[in-house]
Design a protein around this ligand. Structure first.
Ligand code: PHE
Length: 345
Protein backbone atom coordinates (compact mmCIF):
# COMPACT_ATOMS: atom_id res chain seq x y z
CA UNK A 1 0.00 0.00 0.00
CA UNK A 2 1.54 3.25 -1.01
CA UNK A 3 1.34 6.29 1.14
CA UNK A 4 -0.73 8.71 -0.98
CA UNK A 5 0.73 11.80 0.65
CA UNK A 6 4.30 10.65 0.54
CA UNK A 7 5.01 8.34 -2.43
CA UNK A 8 8.49 6.71 -2.78
CA UNK A 9 9.63 9.14 -5.47
CA UNK A 10 8.80 12.05 -3.17
CA UNK A 11 10.89 10.47 -0.42
CA UNK A 12 13.70 9.99 -2.94
CA UNK A 13 13.55 13.66 -3.98
CA UNK A 14 13.50 14.74 -0.36
CA UNK A 15 16.54 12.54 0.24
CA UNK A 16 18.48 14.06 -2.63
CA UNK A 17 17.61 17.53 -1.41
CA UNK A 18 18.62 16.73 2.16
CA UNK A 19 21.94 15.33 0.93
CA UNK A 20 22.52 18.45 -1.12
CA UNK A 21 21.73 20.81 1.73
CA UNK A 22 23.85 18.80 4.09
CA UNK A 23 27.00 19.09 2.07
CA UNK A 24 26.70 22.39 0.22
CA UNK A 25 27.23 24.51 3.31
CA UNK A 26 30.78 23.25 3.67
CA UNK A 27 31.87 24.33 0.15
CA UNK A 28 33.96 27.46 0.37
CA UNK A 29 35.24 28.18 -3.13
CA UNK A 30 34.00 28.62 -6.64
CA UNK A 31 35.68 25.51 -8.00
CA UNK A 32 34.11 23.23 -5.35
CA UNK A 33 30.67 24.78 -5.88
CA UNK A 34 30.76 24.24 -9.63
CA UNK A 35 31.91 20.64 -9.26
CA UNK A 36 29.15 20.04 -6.72
CA UNK A 37 26.56 21.51 -9.06
CA UNK A 38 27.70 19.13 -11.83
CA UNK A 39 27.38 16.22 -9.43
CA UNK A 40 23.65 17.03 -9.10
CA UNK A 41 22.62 18.60 -12.40
CA UNK A 42 25.17 17.16 -14.82
CA UNK A 43 24.72 14.05 -16.95
CA UNK A 44 25.11 11.75 -15.23
CA UNK A 45 24.02 13.42 -12.01
CA UNK A 46 21.61 12.79 -9.16
CA UNK A 47 18.75 14.75 -10.71
CA UNK A 48 19.02 13.27 -14.22
CA UNK A 49 19.30 9.81 -12.72
CA UNK A 50 16.12 10.60 -10.88
CA UNK A 51 14.31 11.60 -14.08
CA UNK A 52 15.24 8.27 -15.66
CA UNK A 53 12.96 6.63 -13.12
CA UNK A 54 9.91 8.41 -14.51
CA UNK A 55 8.70 5.09 -16.00
CA UNK A 56 8.48 3.46 -12.58
CA UNK A 57 6.16 6.17 -11.31
CA UNK A 58 2.47 5.41 -11.66
CA UNK A 59 1.03 7.45 -14.57
CA UNK A 60 -1.29 9.40 -12.32
CA UNK A 61 1.63 10.69 -10.27
CA UNK A 62 3.97 11.50 -13.13
CA UNK A 63 2.94 15.10 -13.42
CA UNK A 64 3.52 15.70 -9.74
CA UNK A 65 6.84 13.85 -9.95
CA UNK A 66 7.95 15.93 -12.95
CA UNK A 67 7.22 19.21 -11.30
CA UNK A 68 8.84 18.14 -8.01
CA UNK A 69 11.98 17.06 -9.87
CA UNK A 70 12.06 20.36 -11.77
CA UNK A 71 11.56 22.27 -8.56
CA UNK A 72 14.59 20.46 -7.07
CA UNK A 73 16.64 21.26 -10.16
CA UNK A 74 15.66 24.93 -9.97
CA UNK A 75 16.38 25.07 -6.27
CA UNK A 76 19.89 23.72 -6.75
CA UNK A 77 20.55 26.09 -9.65
CA UNK A 78 19.36 29.13 -7.69
CA UNK A 79 21.21 28.12 -4.57
CA UNK A 80 24.52 27.62 -6.37
CA UNK A 81 24.12 30.97 -8.19
CA UNK A 82 23.40 32.71 -4.90
CA UNK A 83 26.46 31.14 -3.27
CA UNK A 84 28.72 32.09 -6.20
CA UNK A 85 27.47 35.69 -6.04
CA UNK A 86 28.13 35.75 -2.31
CA UNK A 87 31.71 34.57 -2.93
CA UNK A 88 32.15 37.40 -5.47
CA UNK A 89 30.92 39.95 -2.94
CA UNK A 90 33.32 38.61 -0.35
CA UNK A 91 36.21 38.91 -2.75
CA UNK A 92 35.27 42.49 -3.70
CA UNK A 93 34.92 43.45 -0.05
CA UNK A 94 38.36 41.99 0.68
CA UNK A 95 39.83 44.01 -2.20
CA UNK A 96 38.32 47.18 -0.81
CA UNK A 97 39.46 46.44 2.70
CA UNK A 98 43.09 45.92 1.65
CA UNK A 99 44.95 48.99 2.80
CA UNK A 100 47.16 50.82 0.35
CA UNK A 101 50.15 52.64 1.75
CA UNK A 102 50.05 55.87 -0.22
CA UNK A 103 53.29 57.03 1.38
CA UNK A 104 55.36 54.29 -0.32
CA UNK A 105 57.79 55.75 -2.88
CA UNK A 106 56.69 55.25 -6.50
CA UNK A 107 58.62 52.93 -8.75
CA UNK A 108 61.19 55.07 -10.59
CA UNK A 109 60.23 55.93 -14.18
CA UNK A 110 63.14 55.92 -16.63
CA UNK A 111 63.70 59.47 -17.75
CA UNK A 112 65.02 60.23 -21.23
CA UNK A 113 67.60 62.84 -22.07
CA UNK A 114 69.08 64.52 -25.11
CA UNK A 115 71.21 62.40 -27.43
CA UNK A 116 74.95 62.98 -27.04
CA UNK A 117 75.11 64.54 -30.51
CA UNK A 118 72.28 66.94 -29.68
CA UNK A 119 73.99 67.87 -26.43
CA UNK A 120 77.23 68.56 -28.34
CA UNK A 121 75.45 70.67 -30.97
CA UNK A 122 73.76 72.79 -28.33
CA UNK A 123 77.00 73.11 -26.40
CA UNK A 124 78.90 74.16 -29.52
CA UNK A 125 76.26 76.77 -30.32
CA UNK A 126 76.61 78.08 -26.77
CA UNK A 127 80.41 78.25 -26.97
CA UNK A 128 80.33 80.14 -30.28
CA UNK A 129 77.56 82.41 -29.03
CA UNK A 130 79.99 83.64 -26.37
CA UNK A 131 82.10 85.17 -29.13
CA UNK A 132 79.23 86.56 -31.19
CA UNK A 133 78.28 83.75 -33.56
CA UNK A 134 74.62 82.97 -34.26
CA UNK A 135 73.26 79.70 -35.65
CA UNK A 136 72.32 79.42 -39.34
CA UNK A 137 70.58 76.55 -41.04
CA UNK A 138 70.16 75.07 -44.50
CA UNK A 139 68.43 72.13 -46.19
CA UNK A 140 69.90 68.62 -46.13
CA UNK A 141 68.78 68.12 -49.71
CA UNK A 142 70.90 70.69 -51.50
CA UNK A 143 71.19 71.90 -55.04
CA UNK A 144 74.27 70.93 -56.96
CA UNK A 145 74.96 74.67 -57.23
CA UNK A 146 75.00 75.40 -53.46
CA UNK A 147 76.86 72.21 -52.55
CA UNK A 148 79.54 72.41 -55.26
CA UNK A 149 79.34 75.10 -57.95
CA UNK A 150 79.16 78.19 -55.72
CA UNK A 151 81.98 76.74 -53.60
CA UNK A 152 84.15 76.55 -56.72
CA UNK A 153 84.22 72.75 -56.70
CA UNK A 154 84.51 71.94 -60.40
CA UNK A 155 82.43 69.35 -62.24
CA UNK A 156 85.31 66.93 -62.62
CA UNK A 157 86.44 67.09 -58.99
CA UNK A 158 86.67 63.73 -57.19
CA UNK A 159 84.54 65.07 -54.31
CA UNK A 160 81.59 65.00 -56.69
CA UNK A 161 82.30 61.44 -57.66
CA UNK A 162 79.71 58.73 -57.32
CA UNK A 163 82.06 57.34 -54.63
CA UNK A 164 81.32 60.14 -52.21
CA UNK A 165 78.07 61.87 -53.07
CA UNK A 166 74.52 60.65 -52.71
CA UNK A 167 72.88 62.12 -55.80
CA UNK A 168 69.11 62.55 -55.62
CA UNK A 169 68.76 63.67 -59.21
CA UNK A 170 70.95 65.43 -61.72
CA UNK A 171 70.55 68.73 -59.83
CA UNK A 172 70.07 67.67 -56.20
CA UNK A 173 72.33 65.95 -53.67
CA UNK A 174 72.25 65.03 -50.01
CA UNK A 175 74.63 67.74 -48.87
CA UNK A 176 78.15 66.35 -48.51
CA UNK A 177 79.18 69.10 -46.10
CA UNK A 178 77.69 72.10 -44.27
CA UNK A 179 79.60 74.56 -46.46
CA UNK A 180 76.53 75.27 -48.67
CA UNK A 181 75.11 77.05 -45.61
CA UNK A 182 77.99 79.53 -46.05
CA UNK A 183 76.66 80.22 -49.54
CA UNK A 184 73.04 80.56 -48.40
CA UNK A 185 74.06 82.91 -45.59
CA UNK A 186 76.19 85.16 -47.78
CA UNK A 187 73.35 85.37 -50.32
CA UNK A 188 70.92 86.65 -47.68
CA UNK A 189 73.05 88.58 -45.15
CA UNK A 190 75.36 91.52 -45.52
CA UNK A 191 78.77 91.58 -43.79
CA UNK A 192 79.68 91.62 -40.98
CA UNK A 193 78.66 87.95 -40.80
CA UNK A 194 79.38 85.56 -37.94
CA UNK A 195 77.54 82.26 -38.09
CA UNK A 196 77.95 78.64 -37.28
CA UNK A 197 75.86 75.97 -39.00
CA UNK A 198 75.70 72.62 -37.22
CA UNK A 199 73.91 69.88 -39.14
CA UNK A 200 73.81 66.45 -40.71
CA UNK A 201 75.78 65.71 -43.85
CA UNK A 202 75.98 62.59 -46.02
CA UNK A 203 78.76 60.69 -47.75
CA UNK A 204 79.17 57.22 -49.20
CA UNK A 205 81.61 56.23 -46.51
CA UNK A 206 81.38 53.54 -43.86
CA UNK A 207 83.96 52.27 -41.36
CA UNK A 208 85.02 52.62 -37.71
CA UNK A 209 85.43 56.37 -37.95
CA UNK A 210 83.15 57.15 -40.92
CA UNK A 211 79.39 56.93 -41.08
CA UNK A 212 77.27 57.68 -44.19
CA UNK A 213 75.48 60.28 -42.09
CA UNK A 214 77.37 62.49 -39.67
CA UNK A 215 77.37 65.94 -38.13
CA UNK A 216 79.47 68.91 -39.11
CA UNK A 217 79.78 72.33 -37.59
CA UNK A 218 80.42 74.95 -40.19
CA UNK A 219 81.71 78.36 -39.23
CA UNK A 220 81.83 81.53 -41.31
CA UNK A 221 82.93 85.06 -40.55
CA UNK A 222 83.01 87.86 -43.13
CA UNK A 223 84.02 91.42 -42.30
CA UNK A 224 86.56 94.07 -43.14
CA UNK A 225 90.07 93.16 -42.10
CA UNK A 226 89.57 89.59 -40.90
CA UNK A 227 92.76 87.56 -41.01
CA UNK A 228 94.08 84.06 -40.48
CA UNK A 229 94.88 84.88 -36.86
CA UNK A 230 91.19 85.60 -36.22
CA UNK A 231 90.43 82.11 -37.53
CA UNK A 232 92.99 80.59 -35.21
CA UNK A 233 91.73 82.56 -32.20
CA UNK A 234 88.13 81.44 -32.78
CA UNK A 235 89.14 77.79 -33.17
CA UNK A 236 91.35 77.91 -30.09
CA UNK A 237 88.49 79.34 -28.04
CA UNK A 238 86.21 76.56 -29.21
CA UNK A 239 88.63 73.68 -28.63
CA UNK A 240 89.55 74.83 -25.12
CA UNK A 241 85.92 75.27 -24.11
CA UNK A 242 84.60 72.12 -25.78
CA UNK A 243 87.29 69.86 -24.29
CA UNK A 244 87.48 71.82 -21.03
CA UNK A 245 91.26 71.55 -21.28
CA UNK A 246 94.06 73.95 -22.12
CA UNK A 247 94.88 72.40 -25.50
CA UNK A 248 96.95 73.89 -28.33
CA UNK A 249 95.84 73.88 -31.95
CA UNK A 250 97.83 73.99 -35.14
CA UNK A 251 96.76 74.92 -38.67
CA UNK A 252 98.42 72.64 -41.17
CA UNK A 253 98.59 73.73 -44.84
CA UNK A 254 95.99 71.96 -46.97
CA UNK A 255 93.72 72.54 -49.94
CA UNK A 256 90.00 73.25 -50.36
CA UNK A 257 88.52 74.82 -53.51
CA UNK A 258 86.55 77.38 -51.53
CA UNK A 259 89.30 78.65 -49.22
CA UNK A 260 92.68 80.18 -49.92
CA UNK A 261 94.91 79.63 -48.06
CA UNK A 262 93.47 76.43 -46.59
CA UNK A 263 94.44 74.48 -43.50
CA UNK A 264 93.61 71.30 -41.63
CA UNK A 265 92.75 71.96 -38.01
CA UNK A 266 94.79 69.81 -35.63
CA UNK A 267 94.42 69.89 -31.87
CA UNK A 268 96.95 68.76 -29.32
CA UNK A 269 96.32 65.10 -28.45
CA UNK A 270 94.40 65.11 -25.19
CA UNK A 271 95.46 61.54 -24.36
CA UNK A 272 99.24 62.05 -24.34
CA UNK A 273 99.23 65.88 -24.30
CA UNK A 274 101.45 65.79 -27.38
CA UNK A 275 104.15 63.28 -26.55
CA UNK A 276 102.74 60.70 -28.97
CA UNK A 277 100.42 57.76 -28.31
CA UNK A 278 98.25 55.16 -30.00
CA UNK A 279 95.28 57.52 -30.49
CA UNK A 280 97.31 60.21 -32.27
CA UNK A 281 99.43 57.55 -33.98
CA UNK A 282 102.53 58.96 -32.36
CA UNK A 283 102.16 62.45 -33.88
CA UNK A 284 100.91 64.26 -30.78
CA UNK A 285 98.12 65.86 -32.88
CA UNK A 286 94.52 64.99 -33.72
CA UNK A 287 92.81 66.25 -36.87
CA UNK A 288 89.35 67.69 -36.25
CA UNK A 289 88.43 69.60 -39.41
CA UNK A 290 89.25 71.87 -42.32
CA UNK A 291 89.44 75.63 -42.57
CA UNK A 292 90.77 78.60 -44.49
CA UNK A 293 90.19 82.13 -45.74
CA UNK A 294 87.14 82.44 -48.00
CA UNK A 295 88.27 82.25 -51.64
CA UNK A 296 87.46 85.40 -53.66
CA UNK A 297 85.88 83.08 -56.22
CA UNK A 298 83.20 82.18 -53.64
CA UNK A 299 82.61 85.88 -52.86
CA UNK A 300 82.10 86.44 -56.58
CA UNK A 301 79.36 83.76 -56.70
CA UNK A 302 77.44 85.37 -53.83
CA UNK A 303 78.05 89.02 -54.79
CA UNK A 304 80.35 90.11 -51.95
CA UNK A 305 83.15 92.55 -52.76
CA UNK A 306 86.40 90.68 -52.16
CA UNK A 307 88.39 93.94 -52.34
CA UNK A 308 86.54 95.23 -49.29
CA UNK A 309 85.84 92.11 -47.25
CA UNK A 310 87.75 89.08 -46.14
CA UNK A 311 86.42 86.05 -44.37
CA UNK A 312 87.34 82.78 -42.80
CA UNK A 313 85.50 79.50 -42.68
CA UNK A 314 85.89 76.17 -40.99
CA UNK A 315 84.14 72.81 -40.84
CA UNK A 316 84.58 70.27 -38.06
CA UNK A 317 83.30 66.74 -37.56
CA UNK A 318 81.25 66.68 -34.38
CA UNK A 319 81.07 62.88 -33.95
CA UNK A 320 84.85 62.78 -34.17
CA UNK A 321 85.22 65.45 -31.51
CA UNK A 322 82.74 63.73 -29.22
CA UNK A 323 84.60 60.44 -29.79
CA UNK A 324 87.78 62.14 -28.62
CA UNK A 325 86.09 63.82 -25.68
CA UNK A 326 84.18 60.74 -24.43
CA UNK A 327 86.50 58.01 -25.67
CA UNK A 328 83.88 56.48 -27.99
CA UNK A 329 85.48 53.74 -30.08
CA UNK A 330 83.04 53.33 -32.97
CA UNK A 331 81.08 56.07 -34.75
CA UNK A 332 78.15 53.59 -35.22
CA UNK A 333 77.34 53.80 -31.51
CA UNK A 334 75.84 57.26 -32.06
CA UNK A 335 73.19 55.97 -34.46
CA UNK A 336 72.39 52.45 -33.29
CA UNK A 337 70.03 53.72 -30.61
CA UNK A 338 71.29 51.28 -27.96
CA UNK A 339 70.22 52.77 -24.63
CA UNK A 340 73.14 51.12 -22.83
CA UNK A 341 75.40 53.44 -24.84
CA UNK A 342 73.13 56.48 -24.83
CA UNK A 343 72.46 56.33 -21.08
CA UNK A 344 76.10 57.02 -20.32
CA UNK A 345 75.91 60.64 -21.39
N1 PHE B 1 83.60 71.53 -46.10
C1 PHE B 1 84.89 70.96 -45.82
C2 PHE B 1 84.75 69.45 -45.65
O1 PHE B 1 83.69 68.98 -45.46
C3 PHE B 1 85.48 71.54 -44.56
C4 PHE B 1 85.77 73.01 -44.68
C5 PHE B 1 84.83 73.94 -44.28
C6 PHE B 1 86.98 73.45 -45.15
C7 PHE B 1 85.10 75.28 -44.36
C8 PHE B 1 87.26 74.79 -45.26
C9 PHE B 1 86.32 75.69 -44.84
O2 PHE B 1 85.69 68.73 -45.71
Amino acid sequence: MTDQANPPWAQQIAGIRAGYEDRVAALADEHALRAFKAEYLGKPGHVSDLLKEMTKVPPAERRAFGSAANELKQLIEDDIAKRLAALDDLRAAADLARTVDVTLPARPVGEGHLHLMTQCRLEAAQIFAEIGFTVADGPQIETEWHNFEALAIPKDHPARDMQDTFWISEDFVLRTHTSPVQVRTMLTQKPPIRIIAPGLVYRRDDDLTHSPMFTQIEGLAVAEGLSFSDLKGVLLHFVKRFFMQDLAIRLRPSYFQFTEPSAEIDMQCRFCMGSGCRVCKGTGWLEIGGSGMVDPEVFRHVGIDSEKYTGFAFGMGLERMAMLRHDVKDIKFYYEGDVRFLEQF
